[in-house]
Ligand binder design. Structure first.
Ligand code: FES
Length: 160
């Protein structure tokens, strides 16, 4: 998506008149950006603020506050490993470590080939399947360290 196409999408969103306050369109607009760009850049945030007629700081705050938005370039696949209480008690930290070891990166980093970003994540509401992992929209529950390479291979990892 080009920036101009993005601007048109936000204009379309705003013209839906779904909300009374223009600020209510910020999160849906950021979602569109998140889905269509590698990162939500300052230029994208300025476009959102401009089209919605809101202050740039409102857009920046929302983009920085919510963990699901990326203001730095992300990989094609975002691996989120829950490390909150239920998952931690059932080995979430170990699962995170296994992903990091195999990919050679730390939480918050992206592999050199741009394929994977790994994140330690807060509770995803999947506690009954702890430890829980998501890769983009796909969920993996009751994950064991042995399953980690299989999960990665499913998404094109060429490692051991
Ligand atoms: S604590 Fe991990 S999904 Fe809730």
């Amino acid at each position: 998506m080009t920036l101009e196409e993005f601007r048109k999408e936000i204009e379309k969103l705003k013209s839906s008149r779904k909300y009374l306050y223009n600020g209510s369109y910020i999160l849906p607009a950021l979602w569109i950006a998140e889905k269509n760009f590698s990162a939500i850049t300052p230029e994208i945030m300025r476009t959102i603020a401009d089209v919605l007629g809101v202050r740039l700081i409102e857009v920046e705050e929302a983009a920085e506050f919510y963990a699901m938005f990326h203001t730095k370039p992300k990989g094609k696949y975002i691996i989120r490993v829950c490390t909150n209480l239920s998952c931690m008690l059932r080995g979430g930290e170990e699962i995170l470590e296994k992903f990091c070891d195999l990919l050679g990166i730390s939480p918050g980093e992206t592999t050199e080939d741009g394929l994977f970003t790994i994140e330690a994540f807060e509770c995803m509401g999947l506690c009954d399947g702890a430890p829980a992992v998501t890769v983009n929209e796909e969920r993996f529950l009751n994950v064991t360290p042995e399953e980690v390479p299989k999960i990665l291979k499913k998404f094109g990892w060429k490692g051991k």
